[in-house]
Design a protein around this ligand. Structure first.
Ligand code: MG
Length: 277
């Protein structure tokens, strides 16, 4: 029987602009509409960043609150995940939205290089973000840009700084970080499964390799992430017309690997989240 796959739609991110692809949703109205289309196409988890009106990234909790409200109204039961990523703010301002108590927030547990800078996640800040997530009953998605991040997440779950079971996202294809490499990907999956057998995982590929990671994740029993945050094209010549178009691409791949998109209830149960209100 086909096994369910949680499809994450990363709608906006903090990098792509309208100049890269006019379909990148920037205003709250655009973000809600784009998420709704992706939800109808089969996405069950929305990974969200917010932007200022001039398209620059922000971590403004007020804006996150309005986005949550809109998505909850239009996409019943969809899992909401807010970004605490370092491109949208610095220091503890990165966690200002955690008290909104979304289902999930992203959490980087270590540092690495990004295309033009160091992605700095100092231990003190990581511990504080993790403690905020425990306090507000928010499940973290661990962003693993490196193998050391997998070990760190496991250690934090063993000593009580993170709740169990873990959900980890393996990110490949960020320039100056982990390249897209099949043997390494398999090693990431095997290492997580060995150290934390109850953990779930998602694969995320950047740029043209978004679909490569979609395929590998479906094949190896993980979950999939797609969306304009990570990739604005369908192929070299064609811009993706919407987030929904990228979701449809994953849905179309599912049967090849004996998988199917999870329902909202299945997605919540697979990730150990409370049922939708
Ligand atoms: Mg993000």
């Amino acid at each position: 029987m086909p096994s369910p796959c949680v499809i994450t739609i990363a709608i906006t991110g903090s990098v792509p602009r309208k100049a890269d692809n006019p379909a990148v949703p920037i205003s709250l109205a655009e973000q809600i509409e784009s998420t709704h289309e992706a939800f109808e196409a089969g996405a069950t988890l929305a990974h969200c960043h917010v932007r200022n009106d001039d398209e620059s990234p922000t971590s403004d909790p007020e804006r996150f609150a309005r986005l949550m409200e809109g998505i909850q109204a239009h996409c019943p039961g969809m899992i909401l995940q807010l970004s605490t990523g370092g491109r949208s703010g610095s220091g503890r301002e990165r966690g200002g939205m955690i008290p909104l108590a979304p289902d999930m927030c992203s959490l980087a547990v270590g540092s690495n290089n990004f295309p033009t800078r160091v992605y700095e996640n100092a231990p003190e800040l990581v511990d504080w973000l993790a403690s905020e997530m425990i306090e507000h009953d928010v499940k973290p998605e661990i962003e693993a840009f490196d193998l050391s991040h997998v070990f760190q997440a496991v250690k934090m779950s063993q000593d009580g700084r993170l709740a169990k079971p873990l959900h980890v996202q393996f990110v490949m294809g960020v320039k100056n970080a982990m390249p897209v490499d099949r043997a390494s990907f398999e090693f990431f999956v095997a290492t997580l499964t060995r150290l934390a057998p109850d953990a779930t995982w998602t694969g995320a590929g950047i740029g043209k390799d978004q679909i490569t990671l979609n395929r590998w994740s479906l094949e190896l029993g993980g979950h999939c992430r797609t969306g304009l945050e990570d990739n604005v094209r369908l192929d070299r010549e064609t811009l993706a017309p919407s987030n929904a178009a990228l979701v449809k691409r994953v849905v179309a791949l599912c049967p090849e690997f004996d998988r199917r998109p999870a329902t909202v209830a299945e997605a919540r149960s697979l990730l150990g989240l409370r049922a939708a209100a």
